[in-house]
Design a protein around this ligand. Structure first.
Ligand code: ADP
Length: 897
């Protein structure tokens, strides 16, 4: 609805005449203005003139009319509809009172007011526009708000806002606004107003009021539903550029001081510079953005105009000092390889308008760096009358280098595929079937076929008949599960079959439907054959192990068996399949087991083998001896994982050894026979003499009981002595215990002396015994050590006696000494028989070496003794002392447990 500045009742300015009485009461009213008065003349009582006036102008007519006479009166009457009628006139006496003549001066006043308003308005507009034009862009929003505030406060508008089109030029939005502190919020910054404003006439302001705004866009209608308002457009060359929105502002009543033109002027002063500044801001931002982008991309424009003009950023990127330079200098920037082509293309552009598009390299600044590539684009630009070649340069080094790398990688991959022993293939999915559509070049050397010869059906024909089902299963699984791994045989052109390891994967499209299968064939014929060979060799090895007469087993470090061959199982009388898991130590005595474990613990990766003789205990069977060889198997850290062992039954050999030992013992006994005879004869002689003496006394009849008792006890002593010798001989003659035992070596010395001492003395050999009170333990068999000592004493005796045969006066002796330290005990047997010929010293321990006449010496004594001492972990040695041979038995001491 247009703003109607003529909404006031139109009154022809002929005036108003009032008849007054002397008191100033209105008696009659005439003149055309009377129709505009709020209070028409009342019939009954006349009212005073002041009651017709608006309160402000009543002062002028106080008192009777005679008092106002001669004054010009400016009176404001209350008009219809709360309007004010401005009238000017004077009072003059009439016949029966006074006549008040008044003329309407409303128009006059209004014009003056409007002129004033316009002045203010122009001043405001000028100030506003100047502020907006001169402020910095950063202060622009703030200054705009201040101008809106000025405007609002000046014209008492509670809410005011300026709406601009958004960047897309489609939607009106509140750009800035102001509202008085007590006014309700009608809008907020950036609020969208839609396109409703476009339907309004853009050449004049619009008053809005509730119902009248019914035809508007709903968004505008919502805003002005409860508020009177005013919408003022701003139009420039481009069309309507802004709207000023005033809310809660009664633009009609009372008639606003501002006219349509004033409003348009005011808004033009505001919106004109504002839009200009915003455009400036936008341009600046765009330039900044462009600059940043060019910097980022290493790109920029160029133009051929009196040489070459380059974007400053581009000139910097090209390391040029100036952005404006001669063409030749610009061309020198490029690599010679591309320069000529660029020059010719520029000619084409200049002469034939042919657009330019070229990738060029820059002249290398550093040989080691990757080349810098630019894409150069250009075209002819028509600028009015002028035509100028302009263009753009873009750094495409990244792309170019990536392209080159990709090409190199591609070539490498092609090469790899072609030279790989695997065949890479692609099968296209066609209605449920997989149709071969690609094979790598390695197909030909491998199978001799080409792609055209391997269609789906011919491929299946070339698969080994026994393996075709495998292939069908493979295809079904591939389609169902998306990947598969299979092995089957395929015939080559020569008719030979190859074992192919097939690994394939199914590729699907976005909808999950199969597109193709990609896979590879690996010829693993050789691997298959090798596996077969390994299997066969394992089988041979297994047979070898199983059928070997040797007993073979594997066991863990805790002696749990993991494998045992048949001979071992048979020997142990165990079902072979039950042996794994059984403790090998269960066939060993506690001592043997401890020694066995100790030996296994000493295996190392450097010395993984150990051999020993072990004895097994097989309940109810004879004692068994095995020669047992262990080899440790270690992990990377040198930790023992398992032991592989080979055993051989050594019981027979052992038994022979024992028999030999026994024979040697018997021989010793035989050799001692003379001594022993003496040993037994001695008590017999004593007894015989005692018996003869007793018999003699008995025949004389003088037998005292004391005498008899004395003789009989003497006989008893001798009987005991003989019994002791015989007993010991029996013990000595027994077979040795099977396992070694700890014992005190002096025990063996005592046993020896029991057998030999008397005989020695009888032969006139002096026995010198020293330091035999030691308390240590050695490990072995006491009878065997005794046998060694007997051998040494008998040999010494023989040497002594044969020397005495030559020298009658010779006094033979044998010394027996013992000494011990923490580690070993040593028994010395020394004689004064003249010793052993130094040339024979090395040989006397050999079996069957003897210097004695045939039938006397066996040559076994020392060799058996040597073996016995060695078996006990000791050493038997000899040297020639001052007067004769000196033998030393050294034995390790067993620490007391
Ligand atoms: P046999 O006593 O049967 O000869 P042995 O092996 O016991 O066999 O001794 C081998 C040889 O060593 C003897 O024949 C002897 O020559 C020599 N022999 C051993 N002991 C002595 C000794 N105490 N003095 C001198 N020679 C000895």
């Amino acid at each position: 609805m247009p703003l109607d500045t003529r909404a006031r009742p139109v009154v022809p300015s002929v005036g108003l005449q009032l008849q007054l009485d002397s008191q100033g009461r209105v008696l009659q009213i005439s003149g055309p203005v009377r129709h505009s008065l709020a209070h028409p003349l009342s019939g009954s009582t006349a009212r005073h003139l002041s009651e017709y006036l608006v309160p402000g102008s009543r002062l002028a007519v106080e008192g009777p009319p005679s008092e106002w006479h001669g004054h010009s009166l400016d009176l404001d009457f209350t008009g219809l509809g709360a309007t004010t009628l401005h009238l000017r006139g004077w009072a003059q006496p009439a016949e029966d009172g006074w006549l008040l003549q008044l003329l309407d001066i409303g128009d006059l006043l209004q014009e003056r007011q409007q002129a004033q308003t316009r002045d203010t308005c122009q001043a405001l507009a000028a100030r506003c526009s100047e502020q907006l034009r001169l402020c910095s862009l950063t202060r622009l929003p703030q200054v705009l708000r201040e101008q809106l505030q000025d405007l609002a406060q000046h014209w008492r508008i509670p809410c005011v806002a300026i709406a601009l089109l958004d960047e897309a030029q489609q939607d009106w939005r509140i750009h800035s606004h102001y509202h008085a502190h007590d006014a309700p919020r009608l809008w907020h910054t950036d609020q969208s107003l839609g396109t409703g404003l476009d339907s309004l006439d853009g050449s004049r302001p619009h008053v809005l009021h509730g119902v009248q705004s019914a035809g508007l866009d709903p968004r505008l209608r919502d805003i002005f539903a409860h508020a009177e308002g005013l919408l003022v457009p701003y139009r420039d060359a481009q069309g309507i550029g802004a709207w000023l929105l005033c809310g809660f502002y009664p633009a009609v009543q009372p008639a606003p001081a501002l006219g349509e033109r004033d409003w348009l002027l005011l808004l033009a002063a505001l919106a004109g510079p504002l839009l200009g500044r915003l455009r400036e801001q936008q341009q600046q931002q765009q330039l900044q953005r462009l600059d940043a982008l060019q910097g980022l991309l290493g790109s920029g424009w160029w133009e051929l105009h009196e040489g070459v003009q380059l974007a400053p950023q581009l000139a910097r990127n090209l390391h040029l000092e100036h952005a404006h330079l001669p063409l030749s200098e610009w061309l020198a920037v490029f690599h010679p390889v591309d320069r000529a082509e660029l020059q010719s293309r520029l000619q084409d552009l200049l002469q034939c308008d042919r657009p330019l598009l070229l990738s060029v390299r820059l002249q290398a600044r550093d040989e080691c760096q990757a080349p810098v590539w630019y894409r150069l684009q250009g075209q002819m630009l028509q600028l009015g009358e002028q035509r100028r070649p302009v263009g753009f340069m873009l750094d495409i080094s990244d792309i170019k280098n990536q392209q080159q790398q990709a090409a190199a990688a591609h070539a490498r991959l092609d090469n790899l595929i072609a030279s790989s022993p695997a065949v890479i293939y692609v099968q296209r999915y066609e209605e449920g079937a997989l149709q071969p559509c690609f094979f790598s070049d390695s197909l030909l050397p491998l199978l001799g076929w080409q792609l055209s010869e391997l269609t789906e059906t011919s491929l299946i024909e070339r698969i080994h008949p026994d393996d075709r089902d495998l292939y069908f299963v493979r295809t079904r699984q591939l389609l169902r599960e998306g990947s598969v791994r299979a092995r089957y045989r395929m015939r080559d052109r020569a008719g030979d079959y190859h074992w192919l390891l097939d690994e394939a994967r199914l590729l699907r499209n976005d909808l999950g439907l199969p597109v193709e299968a990609v896979g590879l064939w690996l010829d693993d014929t050789e691997a298959t054959l090798a596996t077969e060979q390994v299997r066969q060799s394992e089988e041979r090895y297994r047979i070898l192990v199983e059928d070997s007469p040797a007993m073979i087993c594997r066991y863990r470090p805790d002696l749990t068996l993991t494998f045992a061959n048949r001979p071992l199982a048979k020997y142990l009388e165990y079902p072979p399949e039950q042996l794994p898991g059984v403790d090998l130590g269960s066939w060993l005595s506690a001592e043997q087991r401890a020694a066995f474990l100790l030996r296994i613990q000493q295996l190392t990766p450097e010395f993984p083998v150990s051999t020993a003789e072990i004895s097994l205990q097989l309940p109810g069977r004879e004692h068994a001896w095995w020669v047992w060889s262990d080899r440790g198997v270690f992990d990377d850290q040198g930790q023992l994982l398992e032991v592989q062992a080979v055993g051989r039954d050594n019981t027979e050999v052992r038994r022979s050894q024992q028999q030999l030992m026994q024979s040697a013992k018997m021989a010793t006994l035989g050799e001692m026979a003379t001594g022993l005879a003496h040993e037994i004869n001695q008590p017999l002689n004593v007894m015989r003499m005692a018996v003869a003496n007793m018999l003699k006394r008995l025949s004389n009849g003088d037998v005292a009981a004391d005498y008899l008792q004395d003789k009989l006890s003497r006989i008893d002593t001798q009987v005991q002595r003989a019994a002791r010798v015989v007993d010991h001989m029996r013990v000595f003659g027994r077979r040795s215990e099977i396992e070694q035992q700890p014992f005190n070596p002096t025990q063996a010395v005592e046993g020896t002396l029991a057998l030999l001492a008397e005989g020695m003395r009888g032969k006139g050999v002096e026995l010198r015994i020293h330091h035999l009170d030691i308390e240590v333990q050695v490990r072995g068999h006491v009878d065997q050590l005794e046998q060694v000592l007997i051998n040494l004493l008998v040999n010494a005796r023989d040497a002594l006696l044969s020397k005495r045969e030559v020298q009658q006066a010779f006094e033979p002796w044998i010394t027996l000494r013992a000494e011990a330290d923490t580690r070993a005990v040593r028994l010395w047997v020394e004689d004064n028989g003249g010793g052993i010929d130094p040339r024979l010293l090395e040989r006397i321990f050999e079996p069957f070496f003897t210097t004695k006449p045939v039938g006397v010496g066996t040559g076994l004594g020392l060799s058996v003794s040597y073996g016995i001492v060695q078996n006990m972990g000791g050493q038997l040695s000899v040297h020639n002392a001052e007067q004769g041979a000196c033998f030393c038995i050294e034995l390790p001491i067993v620490p007391p447990t």
